[in-house]
Design a protein around this ligand. Structure first.
Ligand SMILES: Cc1ncc(COP(=O)(O)O)c(C=O)c1O
Length: 399
């Protein structure tokens, strides 16, 4: 089919939740490269929005999928599943969690976290402790509860009245957080680095202080690591930058390297609140998802991709400094590792992103004035040189 034929079919049959998409259809990829229907090569610095951690068609992922699919794809979690147990062990051995439950997406993992936090207090005899405090500008998913947890009007407005008992406070403001905590609060849920609102990091003092506040008031600390987890920021988990441990954290996106899987991870005393029948999933934790995620996570660890993300990210931040000097239209560059946001002083993000696309670079725009880069964890310094040079050229048209 031609691109035009695909677009027409999409418009006729697919629900229009994405508006006018970028006019391209990719047929295959390798590493950081994607090729379109006409054989044009693109450099993927978005990685399916922080998903394709190992790049495209990584042999470890392809092999895991093919080998497992040849054996069988699915059986219910009514039965024991070897790859499920092994993946849970790999996450636990490399994190602060003691127990894991697998879901199919980030939103679903977060739903699990919300349910677990509420149930934890219910089973402790505190049924009124159901309120969760989240941050303004946060993003936690598209299900009804995770939309309510999200701190952005645009996702919430169409679906009001929202699932109740989610409160919002500004990021990096410990006083506001402490004022919002009340006897009905069961948890604080935050992204250590906010992704969808344009890469907004929390400060070291804030996360340290949050842990102390949660301990002081006996409430749970939940980290949504769906976007910032699994090596993206230069450490396996975002929370490791802050020297604190959450009671619950969630993963998805990079975990399957493109294959859908999410994870709800918790300390033992919290995880115990889930007893037989309290939670479940038909597809969550199935053999294909877990074998694939096991291959992804062990590759991230064994190939030292967190270290690579840190080093290549630092290299980018160093290089972009001179680009910023050349182009005062850049007001701020922020992020950690390979989670990078560039903010402009004018609303040019969409136009800049379009020009990057015309130069065969895939980046993302957030709102009117931010573009972001979330390249695969295998990105090299030479790849970074390419995107820096391209940005320098593109931005000269906006000076
Ligand atoms: C921090 C965060 N949490 C949750 C989600 C939702 O994940 P999913 O789209 O897999 O449901 C996202 C997706 O962008 C995210 O960035």
């Amino acid at each position: 089919m031609t691109l035009q034929e695909i677009i027409e079919k999409d418009r006729k049959y697919y629900m229009n939740t994405f508006g006018d998409r970028v006019p391209v259809c990719f047929t295959h990829g390798k590493g950081l490269s994607l090729w379109d229907l006409d054989g044009n090569e693109y450099h993927d610095f978005l990685a399916g929005i922080a998903v394709s951690a190992l790049g495209h068609s990584h042999p470890a992922v392809v092999n895991a999928i093919c080998e497992q699919a040849k054996k069988f794809i699915h059986c219910s979690s009514l039965y024991y599943i070897e790859s499920q147990a092994k993946l849970a062990e790999l996450i636990v051995e490399n994190s602060s969690a003691d127990k894991v439950f697998f879901a199919n997406s980030g939103a679903e993992a977060n739903e699990g976290a919300i349910k677990l936090a509420r149930l934890y207090f219910k089973k402790k005899g505190c049924p009124n402790k159901i309120e969760i405090i989240t941050l303004e500008k946060s993003f936690h998913g598209r299900t009804l509860a995770t939309i309510a947890a999200t701190g952005q009007d645009k996702y919430q407005k169409p679906y009001s009245p929202l699932t109740p008992k989610f409160l919002k406070v500004p990021i990096n403001d410990l006083n506001a957080m402490e004022e919002a905590i009340c006897e009905n609060t069961c948890a604080v849920m935050i992204e250590p680095i906010q992704g969808e609102s344009g890469v907004n990091p929390t400060t070291y003092e804030y996360i340290k202080g949050l842990r102390q506040l949660c301990d002081k008031y006996g409430i749970l600390l939940i980290f949504d690591e769906v976007q910032c987890g699994l090596g993206r920021t230069g450490k396996l988990f975002g929370y490791q930058h802050y020297g604190v441990e959450p009671d619950i954290f969630t993963l998805a996106k990079a975990l399957g390297g493109g294959f859908p899987i999410g994870a709800l991870c918790a300390k033992d005393h919290v995880a115990k609140a889930f007893e037989p029948g309290d939670h479940g999933s038909t597809f969550g934790g199935n053999p294909l998802a877990c074998s694939t995620a096991y291959a992804v996570l062990s590759t991230i660890i064994n190939d030292k991709l967190c270290e690579n993300a840190e080093e290549t990210g630092n290299y980018f931040f160093e290089k972009i400094r001179s680009v910023k000097q050349n182009h005062p239209v850049i007001s701020e560059v922020r992020g950690k590792g390979l989670m990078i946001g560039i903010e402009f002083s004018r609303p040019i993000a969409k136009e800049v992103n379009k020009k990057c696309f015309e130069n065969k670079y895939l980046l993302g725009s957030v709102g009117d004035s931010i573009i972001r880069l979330l390249p695969p964890l295998i990105t090299t310094k030479a790849d970074m040189d390419g995107v820096i040079e391209m940005l320098d050229n593109v931005l000269s048209k906006f000076d």
